[in-house]
Design a protein around this ligand. Structure first.
Ligand SMILES: *Cc1c(COP(=O)(O)O)cnc(C)c1O
Length: 348
């Protein structure tokens, strides 16, 4: 039987037997009445640990980001956002479609950064011609890369100087925190707190590397969460006995954060096994993602690569660039198999 290695995304993980156990035994209530003890515990726990007043559980990160943007901005306002950021490019234009909030996208450098001077010059003066700029949104990690902390401080202080609010799409916050904790020689939670401190709100996904089946949590002030709760209701995201799902997220907080390092190590192992292939343009991973492209002159050979991988049970994706993502459900043997097959393909 061919091996199946799914490197499309860290969203493909299945809940582990222990996580399923935690879900099955969760205490439940109706969360629309704020009666679900497990949802309440998740919200209180994450808010406290990340240093926010309150938190709110959402079915998806897309909805959590949407609720954040629509809570920070009114109809006719705008938010500054990266050209390739999830909150601009990958959420079906929700803020504009559903909230009449206009995005002001800015080009990002390869490390995810928008030019600081451009951030400042894109903030519109208070003039009847212009939409009112109210929010800056950043994403960390971005394409598997940890944003430089000084950059985050600089970008958010420009925003604050102009009375903008700041939102962090921290879908993979904890992948970033594991990396940041090594740089700082701190604990992962200290690193996570430091990463979110400059922001008025942060959205964290549990359905990515943390391995839960569903769910994201938005952390912010009590005032913002109250607004976000109304948006969540409007968007159809207020759930009932969702403690089932929150139990998986709570389990992940206790058991799946430190282990993200294993995913990062596997990405490094994959990189080490591929970096000498002369057809491939590939950079070293910072967390759990590798992006690959053809070096000039190898485009033709590269074209057949994903089909070859698929034939060998290796699943990948990438709308703009081919992407390999490591996660809870890939192991060292899987990675060695990908290295072997890739080398075999490009040596022909
Ligand atoms: C996955 C992701 C989200 C949210 O996605 P959902 O699939 O809606 O949970 C938001 N931002 C980033 C950067 C993501 O990768």
């Amino acid at each position: 039987m061919t091996r199946r290695v799914d490197l499309r995304s860290d969203t493909v993980t299945q809940p582990t037997p222990a996580m399923r156990q935690a879900m099955m035994s969760a205490a439940l209530g109706d969360d629309v009445f704020a009666d679900d003890p497990t949802v309440n515990l998740l919200q209180v726990t994450l808010a406290k640990k990340l240093g926010f007043e309150q938190a709110l559980f959402f079915p998806s990160g897309t909805q959590s980001n949407l609720a954040a943007i629509l809570s920070h901005c009114q109809r006719g306002d705008e938010y500054i956002v990266g050209q390739m950021a999830h909150t601009y490019r990958w959420e079906a234009g929700g803020a504009a479609v559903l909230g009449s909030v206009q995005p002001q996208p800015l080009e990002q450098a390869a490390n995810g950064q928008m030019d600081l001077a451009k951030i400042e010059s894109s903030i519109k003066p208070d003039d009847a011609h212009f939409a009112m700029t109210k929010l800056l949104t950043l994403e960390n990690t971005w394409a598997g890369q940890l944003l430089d902390h000084q950059y985050v401080l600089d970008a958010t202080s420009i925003a604050k100087k102009h009375q903008l609010k700041c939102h962090l799409d921290g879908a993979r916050l904890f992948n970033g925190a594991v990396k940041q904790s090594i740089i700082d020689s701190s604990s992962v939670w200290e690193a996570a707190s430091k990463m979110v401190a400059p922001f008025d709100s942060v959205s964290v996904c549990f359905s990515k590397g943390l391995g839960a089946p569903v769910g994201s949590v938005l952390c912010a002030s009590a005032e913002l969460i109250q607004k976000a709760k109304r948006i969540r209701k409007m968007a159809g995201g207020a759930m009932r006995q969702s403690g089932f799902l929150a139990a998986a997220a709570l389990y992940a907080l206790d058991h799946h954060i430190e282990r993200l390092q294993q995913d990062h190590d596997l990405a490094s192992r994959l990189y080490a096994g591929l970096q000498n292939i002369k057809a491939l343009d590939i950079g070293p991973p910072q967390t759990n993602m590798i992006f690959l492209a053809a070096k000039p002159g190898f485009e033709e050979q590269f074209k057949g690569f994903t089909a070859f991988l698929n034939q060998n049970g290796i699943l990948t994706t990438g709308s703009y660039q081919l992407r390999f993502v490591t996660h809870l459900d890939v192991n060292q043997d899987d990675i060695d198999y990908v290295i072997e097959k890739t080398n075999a393909y490009f040596s022909n």
